[in-house]
Design a protein around this ligand. Structure first.
Ligand SMILES: [Zn+2]
Length: 170
């Protein structure tokens, strides 16, 4: 019984991270998000494109909202115009990537706003949303950022506390 239990616990511990990204790709992408806040005066955000890697999803590219929708950051709060999605899908097709997650920067805490919860960027179960606090000038790595999994039907699972067990920079 106890050996079965320790096996179960062992397999839980070995559970691979659901999200992975090369540390350099993450650092560069986050740096660009920080730059696009224009000295912490507005939010910025990006789609995180990538591929399946075994049981994990690997983030390979940031596609910044304002590169596809020039007005996405204009109000100070990120808002991506849904009519611009065909440009994103075209880019994904060219690369052979899918949209794994999205990331946006908050002025303050990394908690989801009511608007973030009500309007998932990609309303598909299994999509992940990452929120960087403090205009991405302080904490930018798993353990200090908000991480959320969309479950569908307006419901979210908060994965923040799992830190690098959920999202590993490698
Ligand atoms: Zn938000």
């Amino acid at each position: 019984m106890s050996s079965l239990l320790s096996k179960l616990i062992g397999s839980l511990r070995r559970k691979p991270p659901e999200l992975k990204c090369k540390a350099q790709v993450w650092r560069d992408g986050v740096g660009e998000l920080r730059r696009r806040t224009l000295l912490s005066t507005r939010e910025s955000g990006a789609f995180l494109l990538g591929v399946d890697e075994g049981p994990s999803k690997r983030i390979l590219e940031f596609v910044f909202y304002d590169d596809i929708d020039p007005n996405a950051l204009a109000s100070g709060i990120v808002h991506f115009d849904g009519t611009k999605f065909p440009r994103l899908w075209e880019h994904c097709r060219t690369r052979g990537y899918g949209v794994v997650a999205d990331v946006h920067v908050h002025p303050g805490s990394y908690g989801q706003s009511s608007s973030d919860m009500a309007n998932p960027v990609i309303p598909r179960a299994g999509h992940y949303a990452v929120i960087l606090p403090d205009f991405a000038v302080r904490q930018t790595k798993p353990g200090g950022i908000g991480m959320y999994e969309y479950l569908g039907d307006g419901r979210w699972n908060t994965r923040t506390a799992e830190g690098s067990k959920f999202f590993k920079l490698d």
